[in-house]
Design a protein around this ligand. Structure first.
Ligand code: SUG
Length: 417
């Protein structure tokens, strides 16, 4: 019998969480630049979300915050206190919390060698994210060290931007069945950067040993990127055989749906029309940055951010959807406002890995005891708030380092230094 299940690995929000407006094309992050941040509340909201999903019977894991400020990166930039504030903020960013951008994952049923393949994302398009990958890779190499089950790859060459699972979807009868892997890429030329390069996606598909008839490379609609969908997971989400997508997510929606139906018979596309929910409403509410999950009871559930309830058009669409006889049977709400204000919804905060949980280093798997331990350390050591002018301060840097060290210690992961 197969023990393969979907595990959601959430990024614990780091103690240096702040709003520096570093991501051009991410409208929430730009709008909130210079606001005070609340790292303690942010991390606790994240743990509450993990607890919420665990309570539904979903397997839950986590990744640790990366070492910040990244002094090695500042050195490489020959930067000091007098250099541009954006570079300093880049060294302090807690952006690794959005683990949907940590890696692209092809589970064992999809790959030629029957291993689960993970390629760490290079994130080269945004300077503040471009230095995440070495520490993320170190973490993946520990969490997925069992080489009988996993193959962990270095990033694709930096000439092609790769943003990980945020632009990748699996469609399959069930999580443990061979899937169609859909890679979504953008083309440069619009007002905002297209972060996922087609060639990066193609390299990953080859490197993971995916069969040609079970992959699809789809162009993201330029108007979606221009409207603030800097990753495809802002306008589409898939789970098992269901794709929930905005009408304007893909450059060629009809062609994309036809190709999906051909390569994955039985797939169901739930399309939200622009008339019902505009791209602007989709981006501000993060309706599609929901987690579409199959809980233990088998009833597919959409875990949406609180912002969806506050948007009339989105809330009405959700109610109408539930009243219909569609494949998504429940809608649940989580509060992740601190992350949302930087453009990171429930789906950005997690990396999905379909595998046997027993194959994972157990220190990365969450249970109630560990959730309480994380809450305890966060409550004691995470700064309550950070004002923009504190970024770069030695005192705060010391506090941030100490907070992370306490968490590593509590979770027996001090080897991550
Ligand atoms: O890369 N925000 C992140 C949000 C990532 C969301 N992830 C997914 N859609 N999967 C980003 O734009 C803002 C940081 C700042 O401006 O301080 C930031 O990096």
């Amino acid at each position: 019998m197969s023990n393969l299940v979907e595990i959601n690995f959430d990024g614990i929000v780091g103690p240096s969480h702040n709003y520096a407006g570093l991501s051009l094309g991410n409208l929430a992050a730009t709008r909130n630049a210079g606001e005070h941040s609340y790292p303690r509340a942010a991390a606790l909201q994240g743990v509450a979300k993990m607890r919420h999903n665990m309570a539904m019977g979903v397997a839950q894991g986590f990744f640790l915050p990366l070492p910040r400020p990244d002094v090695g990166w500042l050195e490489a930039l020959a930067a000091d206190d007098t250099t541009e504030p954006a570079l300093m903020a880049g060294a302090w960013s807690a952006s690794s919390m959005w683990t949907a951008n940590a890696a692209t994952v092809s589970p064992a049923p999809d790959t030629a060698d029957g291993k689960c393949h993970l390629t760490v994302a290079n994130l080269v398009t945004m300077p503040h994210r471009s230095h995440e990958w070495p520490d993320t890779l170190a973490q993946l190499q520990i969490a997925f060290a069992d080489t009988a089950h996993f193959a962990v790859h270095a990033p694709v060459p930096p000439c092609f931007g790769d943003e990980g699972a945020a632009n990748h979807m699996r469609l399959a009868r069930a999580h443990d069945a061979p899937a169609l892997e859909v890679f979504v890429y953008g083309r440069m030329g619009g007002p905002f950067p297209a972060r996922q390069h087609e060639q990066a996606s193609r390299i990953i598909a080859r490197q993971h040993g995916l069969a040609e008839d079970r992959v699809l490379f789809v162009e993201q609609a330029p108007e979606a990127i221009a409207a603030g969908a800097f990753h495809n997971d802002v306008v589409a989400v898939a789970n098992e055989n269901v794709l929930l997508t905005h009408e304007q997510a893909f450059a060629d929606p009809a062609g994309t749906y036809a190709a999906i139906e051909e390569k994955c018979p039985g797939a169901q596309v739930v399309e939200v029309s622009a008339r019902a929910v505009s791209l602007a409403d989709a981006v501000s509410s993060y309706l599609f940055n929901a987690q579409l999950l199959t809980p233990a009871d088998g009833e597919m559930t959409l875990v949406v951010p609180e912002e969806c309830r506050r948007n009339d058009a989105v809330w009405k669409w959700l109610q109408d959807m539930l009243a219909g006889n569609g494949p998504i049977r429940h809608v649940k709400i989580v509060e992740v406002r601190q992350s949302m204000a930087n453009g990171g919804g429930p789906a950005c905060l997690r990396l999905r890995v379909v595998t046997d949980p027993a194959a994972v280093d157990q220190r990365f798997m969450l249970d109630d005891t560990k959730a309480s331990a994380i809450e305890h350390v966060v409550g004691q050591y995470w700064p309550e708030s950070i004002a923009p002018d504190q970024i770069g301060s030695d005192r705060l840097a010391e506090r941030v380092r100490n907070a992370r060290a306490r968490l590593l210690d509590a979770l027996h992961l001090s080897e991550l230094v």
